[in-house]
Each structure stands twice: as C-alpha cells, then as structure tokens.
Write a protein that binds this ligand. Structure first.
Ligand code: BMA
Length: 316
C-alpha cells in the first residue's frame, strides 16, 4: 500500500468510487461545485486552489469579471464543497495555487506585468492580509507551484517558462531559493512526450509527499483542428532531487468528458490546481477548473493513482 506522508484529515470532501468504474480518478456526482453564480459580477470562476484552514478550508479563486479582468479572491468553506467567496480583489492575475509551508500560506499565481506574465508570490496567515513578495521569475512564465516543505534547507518551485501566447513552448522546470526572494539552480523536470500532452505541460496542485516520492498531478495539452484540449496526468518525482522523474503515466487520468468540461468559455479543459489529502486513508480530493467556466471536484486515492502510474509507466 502506498502512503501519503502528511497529516490525517478526515473531513476532506469524499465520495466512494462508483461500482464498476474502471479509471483511477472519479468525479464528484454534484459537479460543478462553484459556478459564476457564486459571485456577483463574475463572468466565470474556475482554476482555483484550496487548503485546510482552521476547522475547515480556505481558498484562492480565479475570477474573470464581467469586464473580463482576471482577478483573485479568497473564500472559506466548512466542508470543502460549499464555498463563500469574498468580493474583495486580492491580486490581479490568474491560476492561483496555495501552499502551506511551516504554518504560513503561500500564494503563487500568474502575475500580470507589462512585459508578460511572471510567477507572483504572496503570503498570509489569515487569508485577510497579504504580504506580496518579489516575483519568483522573469517574464514570461506560468504555472508556478511551490513544494509544501523545504528540501535540504531550500524552498522549491515548479515553473513553466513560456512565451506571451498559446504556442507550443511548455516544459516543466524547477528552481529553488533559500529565502523565497532569490531563485535559481533551474533544472529541467519534464516536457511533453505522449500525444495527449503534446503541445505543453504544466504543474497542477502542490506536490503530494508519498513514500515513493512526490506525486505531481499536472495538465497536458493536445492541439487538434478544433483547438486545445487540457487533460490531467500524473508523475512521481524523486523525494530529494525532484527534478528526477521516477515514474510517469503514459495516458491521462482525467480528460474533458462531462458537459461542464466540454462546454464553456473555453471548451475541453480540465485544469487541476489543488489537492486535499488524508494521510490516514490515502484519500485525495482534486479541485480543477472546468472549461474555463466553473470549479469541479474529483477523487482518487494515493494507492489507485500510484498503481495506475506503475501499470502505465512510460519510464522503464
Ligand atoms: C491556459 C491558462 C489557463 C486556462 C487555459 C485554457 O493558458 O490561461 O488559465 O485554463 O489556458 O484556456
């Protein structure tokens, strides 16, 4: 049995796998959990991230306003499913991730600059007051995802250098920092290999520590004659040298299929940004943006996912 290394958290959202369902990740039956109706003046609410906070959960949400400005707001929930969003804009930009490191909550997001997007960083203790740190990268980069603990005394950040458009320039790198201010020692982690991810790949939720290495869920993009399709894959990274990919599934674990994933402002997108885990049972609840329109929830266990990665391992 594979194990999550972390805290037990009995109250994360959960539904058992439907009888006879053949795949390792299954959807919440009442998806989507957050729609544009959760906030006045929202055109859409999608790629968003959550963490355990207090006796419940807190989150950072990507909202595209009715002006189509891209902003980030916070939200709170007792059960991880029903969310109360704040209408206060904390930052401009998109695709937020949130990561607890040593008791503080770090936001990484796609920050907007006149020269292109960078990885913005900010920290909070209460989800009310935020201290913005230096941007972690130069423009242009997206999909900045922090590791939940220091490795050999340094903070680690996954990042996807890119250009200003939606062009096929999309490999995952990582860098590290002693102080969350100066980042360096860039290492290539992985690029597209299989057809379903051929255009680009980008890290998703905060990596999950397991007894086999870091479990990294990521998105992969294929370009068809009808545009992009975003799906979710998974890989295991070395625990001490996480730029080394030990195992990687050759096929996606979740791809657009339901109507709320295939129809929306940008059709055919599942874009994972967060995972809640329960180390006691190995349960994982995954939060993903659906069709750039709403937030949805899916479930797996560390055992199911690692078994799938090993059975479909492209790294022999
Ligand atoms: C990416 C980002 C995501 C979005 C995706 C599909 O480049 O902008 O926020 O979900 O495209 O539109």
């Amino acid at each position: 049995m594979a194990k999550i290394i972390g805290a037990p958290l009995a109250d994360i959202p959960w539904q058992d796998k439907p009888e006879g369902y053949p795949y390792p990740v299954w959807r919440y039956s009442a998806n989507p959990i957050i729609t544009r109706d959760n906030l006045l003046f929202a055109n859409s609410i999608f790629n968003s991230a959550v963490v355990p906070f207090g006796s419940g959960f807190a989150g950072v949400f990507r909202v595209d306003l009715r002006t189509r400005d891209q902003v980030i707001v916070t939200g709170k929930s007792e059960d991880g499913i029903n969310w109360k969003l704040s209408d206060k804009i904390i930052f401009y930009g998109y695709d937020p991730r949130i990561c607890e490191i040593e008791g503080r909550y770090y936001l990484s997001w796609v920050n907007l600059t006149p020269h292109g997007t960078t990885i913005g960083l900010a920290v909070t203790d209460d989800f009310e007051t935020w201290e913005q740190l230096e941007d972690a990268t130069y423009p242009v980069a997206r999909n900045g995802v922090l590791f939940p603990r220091k490795i050999d005394g340094e903070y680690y950040l996954l990042v996807r250098p890119c250009d200003r458009g939606h062009t096929p320039y999309g490999d995952i790198y990582l860098c590290r920092s002693k102080d969350l201010e100066y980042w360096g020692k860039y290492r290539f982690v992985m690029g597209p290999v299989k057809n379903w991810e051929m255009t680009k790949v980008g890290a998703g939720p905060t990596p999950i520590e397991t007894d086999e290495g870091w479990l990294m869920f990521y998105h992969g993009v294929i370009t068809s004659c009808n545009g992009f399709t975003y799906s979710m894959g998974a890989a295991i990274l070395d625990i001490n040298e996480p730029w080394k990919v030990l195992h990687r599934a050759d096929s996606f674990l979740l791809a657009p299929h339901e109507l709320y994933e295939t129809v929306g402002d940008v059709p055919n997108v599942v874009f994972p940004c967060a995972a809640l885990t329960d180390a006691a049972t190995g349960r994982i609840a995954l939060y993903y943006g659906a069709a750039d329109t709403s937030v949805a929830l899916a479930f797996t266990t560390v055992d199911e996912t690692l078994k799938y990665i090993h059975e479909h391992d492209m790294i022999k």
